[in-house]
Design a protein around this ligand. Sequence first.
Ligand code: SAH
Length: 323
Amino acid sequence: MAEADSSERQQPVTSALSQSAQPSPLPKPVPTTHHVPCIPHTPHVAALSTCPGRGKIAKFISPEEMTSRDYYFDSYAHFGIHEEMLKDEVRTLTYRNAMYHNKHVFKDKIVLDVGSGTGILSMFAANAGAKHVYGIECSSISEYSEKIIKSNHLHNVITIFKGKVEEVELPVEKVDIIISEWMGYCLFYESMLNTVIFARDKWLKPGGLMFPDRAALYVVAIEDRQYKDFKIHWWENVYGFDMSCIRNVAIKEPLVDVVDPKQVVTNSCLLKEVDIYTVKPEDLSFTSAFCLQIQRNDYVHALVTYFNIEFTKCHKKTGFSTG
Ligand code: SAH
């Protein structure tokens, strides 16, 4: 997504599937609703220097020189978005458990971290015993990640490449394991999975491992008249003025928010399952028929999606859910 600001990428509402993810905090309340504009394809943006999938990159300048305008174009350069991801303990601890609890898998392996950000996953992999970790990061946060890696005395084991995964040359032909946190809203928003597929097809050894390697997107329906009044019908009378033309756009846009489980009025339906070992870019444009069973006599005001992520090559069942 091109103009995604840092507040648009939020995944705090994860819950661990693994018994081992410690601690397992309750879903954190999201202070504001996040609007996700429907601009699935903007070719003029792609023509700029882009960081595929996640925000466009205007130019590579040092983070110290960046202004708010630069952060707008390279939202991942700002520490705030990384703070939000790192503080999502379910997400981060599940990745850590996937590596720390499976050191036999990582020992002496060459690991590639696709979209390494602050370098957190690279450092987990290094501590899990990897022989060498290559991190690729197109945003200016990579400069901080190098400092972080040095401060933690891991610079002999981790090398960060600043650039797009699609353009970087690695000093090795193949890697044993690819780690990546590529998931966006509604799982596929930001399209970073395409970058992971690219990396897999280019660098993963036959028999190599993907962490995570399974993702599934589900849908449920909810009753929430109050929320619909607040977000949609509100436009019909704004300080006495009729702004319903905005209501008509607002209803077309997805919202990102926390849903009270009591609002769910149906069972949940699987929309799409992805095997990260075999998924192809063309599989990511899909339609999916679903059939929800209404479980109580109520209204349906919205459809809600959530996703599950799994690391199936772990000793113990490891994964998390935004559900
Ligand atoms: N691994 C980190 C960051 C995850 S967010 C963590 O778990 O905390 C995803 C990161 O991937 C962002 O920092 C983004 O800038 C980077 N990214 C997205 N597409 C990329 C691409 N094509 N090439 C390089 N980096 C990319």
